[in-house]
Structure formats: structure tokens, C-alpha cells
Design a protein around this ligand. Structure first.
Ligand code: HEM
Length: 406
């Protein structure tokens, strides 16, 4: 099979509905060489699990990834950006990864987040004001985005006035993974955004050092102090967490609402039994994940499913495909909020498992609970369109809904 067999992982139709293509790959060529990206695409759950556990595949890939996206020139801005990104927990292997992981997990335990629930519930209620008042809203701009940015901003105690700036920064940082990557303008803007955001956070960390609070920046500073190996990490890992937490959460919240709208019988079941809410959240994560893939760099020639993977190649482990693997999930294309044993791969597998998972679950749960207090939901306006054109993130750019009186 080759791209000329009708497999196009960069087409609009793929991003609108990637699942038929991913299924074809899984059944016909589960380890597939994708010429345009010169990388391997994996679609079987077992292979994805193997890759995340094998020392032949590394997470230390900042240089290769940024370089591959054309983001690294000889200029100072490129050097500064690489110096930051190569320190992110996301781009580490053990033992450095293990050390940084202890730092970033501070404050992200389920118990700590449970204490955050009342504050989150009031953020959600504030975001829903417009919908309640007008009887309609754009789920992305009016609801999911304010919840996602304010949740992360509250946890890190980011000043209220600067939150729109953080929203813009977070969106800009993801642009190189998307359509605009070809232009110098986008590349310059990503480098500038990364460096500006780090400069801002350096300043904020110093202010917090002088006047600590209960927030996560203060906790990162406390974790860093007295450990030379962690010097400066409060800035870098705050950048990582804030950058990683906005677009993903916005997309997951919207994807879950959309899945419920597309399956009215499931929405009705949820209305009749709110005890199904957690099941609905997990099924939203499995069936309509906010990410399509996880990637790794092959650092030692190896073999996977009978295919040779040479050192230096990237593999894209399609978590979205693993989530629909019939070897793991009976009737995998069915959206079923009562599904048992929902071990999806949306938050990854193993040592790099997403530290934000509990926060995302809490956000979507509180958002869905609040939406269920509104009478009937109905989609209006244009069909939703997916903003992405990359193998990483997935979510619609807008989703207009109306809440007619029941
Ligand atoms: C639905 C929303 C989200 C999804 C689908 C998601 C998905 C993922 C996945 C698949 C990984 C593993 C990557 C790998 O193995 O290379 C990951 C890692 C990570 N995520 Fe998330 N994420 C989400 C939200 C968040 C949020 C809200 C935060 C921060 C508050 C966050 C912070 C991180 C960080 C720091 C890592 C790196 C962890 C490590 O390398 O050990 N994510 N995420």
C-alpha cells in the first residue's frame, strides 16, 4: 500500500473523519510508511503500547522535531526556543524524565483536583451565562475556551488581565504542526511566541518567589529549591503545562458535546441517568479524542510487526486508531456511554501518561453536568469544520448550538 492507494493523511476529508482511513491502515498495513512525512504510522493498540515501552524509541526528540518542522534556523530566537523545548518533560527519557515528572505531577493528583472542583464549577457556570441568556452559543468560543483557559489560569494563578494573551500564545504554539508551517511568518511567530511566553513566566516566577501562594507556580518553585538538578525548571515546566493544557482541553470538551449531539439516544440516556456522566466522558475521550497520535524517534534499528524501522525515523502511534481497535473494544465504532473496560489511549500509555488527565476529566464532567441543566440542545448554522491539518490535535473550530425551550 502507498499514498497513491488513496491513503492521504493530509487531506481535508481525513481530518474531518480520520477513522475509515485509520481502520483501513490497521487492517491492511498496521505499520505503514508515510512518504510525505518520511515516518511510520502505527494503528494497532499492541504496537503503540510496545513503542511507548521500548528503549529503541525515544522521547528525546526536540531537536529533530523542531528541525523537521523548519523551526530551527541559525538565529538567536531559534537557539533560545530549542534551549527551552529540549528541557520540557515531554521531550525527556529516564532518568531526567523521572525527576521532572515528580515536579510536574505536583498539584495534579486526583485529590488536589477534587479540591478544585467547586471553583471549576463556578467557572463553568460563568461560561454558560451567555448560553443561558441568549438560548444559543458557540460551544468553542463561548464555552470550552473560557473554561479551559480559566481552569489552567486559576491553578497557576495567572493574572486575569493576561489570560487572553495566554490563549493566543497557546494557539500560536501549535501552528507549526498545522497548515501554515510552510511560511516564514508562521515560523517567526512561533519562535517569538515561545520566547515571549518564557520571558513573561521568568518574571512571574520571580514575583512568586518573593510572595509565594497556594498556586502551582509556587509549588514548582518549592519543588525546585534545594535541588540543583531542578534549577530553573519552575519556569520551563510551567511553560509546558500551560502550553499543553489549553487547546487540548478545549477540543476534548467540544468533541464530547458534539458526540452527544450526534448520538441523541445516548444524550437522552444521560439525561435520564446522570450517573452515566463519567461513562460518557470516557466514551467521548475514546471515540472522539482531542489528539490523533503520539510520536517517538527511533534511536536503534528495530522491527515492528514484521517491518524494519531504521534509526532516525519518527513513528506516529495513532492513539485514535488504537481506540477503535476491535481486538480491544467490541463494536468499536459505536458511541456507547455505558461501555465497560474503556482502556483508551487518548492520554497516552506508560511513563509519559498525560499529567493533565484528571484535570481534563474534571473539566468535561463539570461542563457536561452544567449543560444538562439546559433544555434540549440542537446544532445550528454551518456544519462544524475541523481546524486541524496535523496528525496531533483534533477538534472543530466552532460548534453553534441552540437550547430551545423543552
Ligand atoms: C484532552 C486533553 C488532553 C489530551 C488528549 C492529552 C494527551 C496527552 C498525551 C497522549 C500525552 C503523552 C505524550 C507522549 O507519550 O509523548 C500527554 C502528555 C502530556 N500532557 Fe496532556 N493531554 C491533554 C491535556 C493536558 C492538560 C490539560 C495538561 C496540563 C495541565 C497536559 C499536560 C501534559 C504534559 C506536561 C505532558 C508530558 C508528560 C510527560 O512527558 O511525562 N495535557 N498528553
Amino acid at each position: 500500500m502507498s499514498a497513491s492507494d488513496g491513503i492521504d493523511l493530509m487531506s481535508e476529508s481525513f481530518f474531518a473523519n480520520p477513522f475509515p482511513t485509520l481502520e483501513r491502515l490497521r487492517t491492511q498495513q498496521p505499520v505503514y510508511f508515510f512518504e510525505p512525512y518520511q515516518c511510520f504510522i502505527l494503528t494497532r493498540g499492541a504496537d503503540i503500547e510496545a513503542v511507548t515501552k521500548s528503549p529503541c524509541f525515544s522521547s528525546r526528540r526536540a531537536n529533530e522535531m523542531l528541525g523537521g518542522l523548519g523551526l530551527l534556523g541559525a538565529d538567536e530566537a531559534s537557539k533560545e526556543m530549542l534551549a527551552t523545548w529540549s528541557r520540557l518533560v515531554f521531550f525527556q527519557d529516564p532518568p531526567r524524565h523521572t525527576l521532572l515528572r515528580q515536579l510536574v505531577m505536583k498539584g495534579f493528583t486526583p485529590a488536589a483536583l477534587e479540591r478544585f472542583r467547586p471553583q471549576l464549577a463556578s467557572l463553568v457556570e460563568r461560561a454558560l451565562e451567555k448560553g443561558r441568556r441568549q438560548g444559543e452559543m458557540d460551544v468553542v468560543a463561548d464555552f470550552a475556551e473560557p473554561i479551559a483557559i480559566n481552569a489552567i489560569a486559576e491553578l497557576f494563578a495567572l493574572p486575569e488581565a493576561d489570560r487572553p494573551q495566554f490563549m493566543r500564545w497557546s494557539k500560536d504554539l501549535l501552528k507549526p504542526a498545522g497548515v501554515g508551517v510552510g511560511t516564514d511568518e508562521v515560523r517567526n511567530s512561533v519562535r517569538r511566541t515561545s520566547n515571549d511566553m518564557v520571558a513573561y513566566l521568568k518574571d512571574l516566577v520571580e514575583k512568586r518567589r518573593a510572595a509565594p501562594g497556594e498556586d502551582l507556580i509556587s509549588q514548582f518553585i518549592a519543588g525546585e529549591e534545594g535541588n540543583l538538578q531542578l534549577a530553573g525548571e519552575a519556569v520551563i515546566q510551567s511553560f509546558q503545562m500551560i502550553g499543553a493544557g489549553f487547546v487540548t482541553s478545549t477540543n476534548q470538551l467540544t468533541n464530547t458535546v458534539l458526540a452527544l449531539l450526534n448520538h441523541p439516544e445516548q444524550l437522552l440516556a444521560l439525561r435520564q441517568d446522570p450517573g452515566l456522566t463519567r461513562g460518557a466522558i470516557e466514551e467521548g475521550l475514546r471515540h472522539e479524542p482531542a489528539i490523533l497520535s503520539i510520536n517517538r524517534l527511533c534511536v536503534e534499528d528495530t522491527e515492528l510487526g514484521g517491518t524494519r524501522i531504521p534509526k532516525g525515523r519518527f513513528v506516529y502511534a495513532m492513539a485514535a486508531a488504537a481506540n477503535r481497535d476491535p481486538a480491544v473494544f467490541p463494536d468499536p465504532d459505536r458511541f456507547d456511554i455505558t461501555r465497560a473496560h474503556n482502556r483508551h489511549m487518548t492520554f497516552g500509555v506508560g511513563a509519559h501518561y498525560c499529567p493533565g488527565a484528571s484535570l481534563v476529566r474534571l473539566e468535561v464532567e463539570e461542563a457536561v453536568r452544567a449543560l444538562l441543566t439546559l433544555p434540549r440542545w440542537e446544532r445550528v448554522g454551518r456544519p462544524y469544520d475541523y481546524q486541524g491539518s496535523n496528525l496531533q490535535d483534533r477538534g472543530p473550530s466552532s460548534l453553534h448550538v441552540r437550547f430551545p425551550k423543552a
